[in-house]
Design a binder for this molecule. Structure first.
Ligand code: SAM
Length: 204
């Protein structure tokens, strides 16, 4: 691994987090604690960061595809997959949301710990800003994800999306339901300053 800057532990896993890559935080850990993967499933880990969710999912999954727009994240996640001995099950791709996914490819489970915080950043974002900023309303990436994700979901598949109450959880539920999915809240946790992070499930 090239110049690892931090080492993060979760259960029996260890993740190196290099410069320019999102360091797993409360949202990553709440997601990981509530991540249920069934034996043999196919999983898409959108916005993989250091790979934490995809690598945990790979223990049970038959196959994981991990995507990130940030080239440093893809490199870092690949190294972590080797370190955690699941590299043979994970395929990595750099790209903008579903752009790298083959047409017609479908998954049993799609994960996204999204960039969800409202901010004035729009163009010329740093790689770390890409990890947390969701434009003025916080929904810039989330809304595109919700619009595209159902096309990549198998018949009985499900989506897990992490976001914050700062970018309108009700709007997420409404948009998923509009595309024919049933929604529920899997887990939530209060953060300081009147923010709560929420893990939403949407399923067929
Ligand atoms: C909050 S971080 C989560 C990282 C990791 N999954 C975790 O839970 O620690 C969001 C990740 O999404 C990636 N990302 C942001 N916009 C994206 C896009 N349009 N397409 C793909 N990945 C994106 C960021 O680069 C970042 O790695």
């Amino acid at each position: 691994m090239h110049s690892p800057s931090k080492k993060v532990f979760f259960a029996d896993y260890v993740f190196y987090v290099s410069e320019n890559v999102y360091e797993p935080a409360e949202d990553s850990f709440l997601f990981a604690e509530n991540l249920v993967v069934k034996e043999g499933e196919s999983v898409l880990d959108m916005g993989t960061g250091c790979g934490i969710l995809g690598i945990i999912a790979a223990e049970k999954a038959a196959k994981v595809v991990a995507v990130d727009i940030n080239p440093y994240a893809v490199r870092c996640a690949k190294e972590n997959a080797k370190l955690n001995r699941v590299a043979d099950k994970i395929f990595f791709a750099r790209g903008n949301l579903f752009a790298p996914i083959k047409i017609g490819e479908k998954f049993s489970l799609i994960l996204f710990n999204a960039p969800y915080l409202p901010s004035g950043f729009t163009e010329d974002k740093s790689w770390l800003e890409h990890a947390w900023t969701g434009g003025v309303t916080g929904r810039q990436v989330i809304d595109r994800f919700i619009c595209e994700a159902p096309k990549y979901l198998k018949k009985n598949g499900r989506i897990l999306l992490m976001q914050s109450t700062l970018c309108d959880v009700g709007e997420t539920l409404r948009r998923f339901e509009e595309s024919g999915l049933m929604t529920s809240i899997v887990a939530e946790r209060d953060l300081p300053f009147f923010e709560r992070i929420v893990l939403v499930k949407a399923e067929r």
